[in-house]
Design a protein around this ligand. Sequence first.
Ligand SMILES: Cc1cc2nc3c(=O)[nH]c(=O)nc-3n(C[C@H](O)[C@H](O)[C@H](O)COP(=O)(O)OP(=O)(O)OC[C@H]3O[C@@H](n4cnc5c(N)ncnc54)[C@H](O)[C@@H]3O)c2cc1C
Length: 385
Amino acid sequence: MDADIIVIGASPAGLMAARNACEKGVAVILLEKKEEIGNPPHPANSFFKGMLDKCGEKADPSYVVHYLKGMKIISPSGRTVEVEAPGYAIDKTEFDRFYAKKIMKTGVDLRTGVKVQDIQKEGEKFTVNTSAGEFTSKLVIISDGINSKMVSHLGLKTMKYPEDIAWGIELDIRSPGLGKPKMFEYYVGNHAPGWKTTYAPRGGDNAAIGAYVRRCGTDATPYLNAWVEKFKKFKGLEELEIVRKLSGGDPIVTIPNQYITDGIMVAGGAAGQSGIGYAMRAGQICGDVAADAIRKGDVPKSALLDYRKTWEKEFKAEHYLGRIGLETLRKMTDREIDEITKVFEKEDLSFIHGSSVEQAMQVFAFMLKKKPSAILRCRALLRNK
Ligand SMILES: Cc1cc2nc3c(=O)[nH]c(=O)nc-3n(C[C@H](O)[C@H](O)[C@H](O)COP(=O)(O)OP(=O)(O)OC[C@H]3O[C@@H](n4cnc5c(N)ncnc54)[C@H](O)[C@@H]3O)c2cc1C
């Protein structure tokens, strides 16, 4: 065999899976179709410190372009809720390069410019056919992103609600001083059905604005165009220099489903695990479990289930709560969103802490105390929309 494990896709999930498996002493080849790591970049451009902490990682100045203090959630009528949550605007190409260099030091055999075409199983061996020939291994980790060809090729239904992928576009823009503020701004309402439009300061004159929608087709352009005009008005800008446009799908509320089978594990966007930090953590768990299975010489599905067990323990409740939240938002009228936002406006929300379930309970209790009738607005979830 060429390796114990072949990882497909040098994504946040794939990089972590390869590193963790390699650190446990198994031989890993990581195949990436891009000629150069991080180029062209994925549109993701920021993350919160809390999630990086969960991965046991520290942000590195080589890829951080701007440090942020938290986020403002802004309702259709402009009501604002401020949440303290340190975060980072990042250069995604530098981020990918940082981790690629780091993992190669652990011994991962990273091959770029190698596009995987299919995976065949013969007895105990997987043959991975690529643009650069065949590679063989005992186990395969698929981390080739949201549009995973390998998952479709194997017939795995990795997302419970694939119709709920959020489709988004990010524009890198420039205007004097636009990158200086220290808060992300997320605008919710029916101008972006199912999720949000965004403004992320990126330091100096640089910022990114984006639009993300669900169940409105895969092209968010009309929502983005409307958002550009609105944004210019909000910020009093005559013109904006558009530097770059990147788009894609984000499986934020699709709920991971069937992501393990005999000798095969799926991680990151390909498994419905959305977000850089979440994909990294999933990759870590996946890599650890894969290496343990290889060392025991046992890779059927039953030997890989610790990946699901650990992932569900850490994230299942959070994913379901997130889905309930975003589905309620998608079904609410702008007026209802305003009413809910009013409950939290100008409040000190630093009391919210703990696990996602604890946080949800604290938010619920706060609403019950401050304005019980606002809870009725959450009935929107039951609407057939
Ligand atoms: C517009 C947009 C903005 C987003 N912004 C953010 C954000 O700011 N913060 C955040 O946390 N999350 C964000 N997300 C979500 C997040 O980007 C993804 O969930 C995250 O990148 C997960 O990455 P991944 O590990 O699944 O794979 P990807 O990052 O999609 O990587 C997949 C890799 O596999 C490679 N590959 C694919 N096919 C093959 C093949 N056949 N052979 C070899 N290699 C292959 C690709 O070249 C790529 O390098 C955003 C998503 C979108 C669509």
